[in-house]
Design a protein. Structure first.
Length: 300
């Protein structure tokens, strides 16, 4: 009986571990699809909508769903940020190594921290200021920013797209604070369904005709596994885990992405980039420690 309980208790942890590990390889898998960002994100949205709708219905959540007009409008607005966050991130993957793009992309928690202090009047502690300083310095080193370079050069090569992805991810996170009654399945299903509706004018459907069987396989993996399955595992696990566990598991995604980029793609960062990566994730760690500590105090 005890072994069964322990196995059941570990299931959400294993589900989240698997979800974050799989998602960390999305940049590597995307390189084999032969698709540009809009075409690939359309596949993600289509597969994600179908997979999440199935999970929503089969889990019984559809019958218990509580609809709120204000929340639906908020979810659809956040869906715009989600869709274009994906577009910008995959565009960055096309133009720069995954390691560099991911390191810049994970500047998003710092944007959330700064926006929270302005919009919600959250006080910036010395710990928060330290995390911001670490992440800003680290991101500058990773992106190759120099004060003697023209701004257009500093933002070239995918840096601008990675920053935009981080900005949209931060906006998505902030908007998500207002959604309380709708289930995570319904929220993400509406967001991905919005992508299916709004992306066609931007999608070059002729790009799908020239795909090889290998391209189709990679596209299906990104859509079904990296989107549908990952979201299904994530939402089936996240509500059963503590804030501390979730915060620790957040590092798996970028960690796996960087490891895959170095071992499978052969990317090797320069010394300034390596220092920048360490500073960026050090700043993330400080941010998450602050968040977990505050959550623990609130729970008490």
């Amino acid at each position: 009986m005890m072994n069964t309980m322990n196995a059941t208790g570990r299931r959400p942890l294993y589900g989240m571990l698997l979800a974050m590990t799989i998602f960390g390889t999305v940049g590597y898998a995307a390189s084999f699809t032969g698709l540009s960002s809009y075409e690939l994100v359309f596949v993600r949205c289509l597969c994600g909508t179908l997979f999440l709708a199935a999970g929503w219905i089969l889990s019984g959540q559809a019958a218990r769903e509580r609809w709120n007009r204000k929340e639906v409008l908020l979810v659809l607005t956040s869906g715009l940020f989600l869709v274009f966050n994906w577009v910008f991130l995959f565009r960055a993957f096309e133009l720069m190594p995954v390691t560099v793009a991911i390191s810049i992309y994970y500047f998003a928690p710092v944007i959330v921290l700064l926006a929270g202090s302005l919009l919600f009047r959250e006080r910036l502690t010395w710990l928060a200021v330290a995390s911001i300083a670490l992440c800003v310095t680290g991101t500058a080193l990773v992106s190759g920013f120099r004060f003697d370079m023209p701004l257009s050069d500093s933002l070239g090569g995918g840096v601008l797209w990675a920053f935009l992805a981080a900005l949209f991810y931060a906006a998505l996170t902030l908007l998500g604070k207002g959604v309380r009654s709708m289930s995570p399945y319904a929220v993400s299903m509406l967001q991905t369904a919005l992508g299916v509706v709004i992306l066609p004018p931007f999608v070059h459907f002729g790009a799908y005709e020239g795909l090889t069987p290998g391209n189709w396989s990679a596209s299906a993996i990104v859509g079904i596994v990296h989107t549908g399955l990952v979201y299904f595992l994530f939402f089936g696990s996240v509500r059963h885990l503590s804030a501390r566990a979730i915060s620790a598991l957040v590092f798996l995604d970028p960690g796996v992405a960087i490891l895959a980029d170095m071992t499978l793609s052969g990317f090797r960062p320069t010394w300034p980039q390596a220092v920048g990566i360490a500073l960026t994730f050090g700043g993330m760690a400080v941010t998450l420690i602050r968040r977990v500590g505050r959550s623990s105090q609130d729970d008490a």
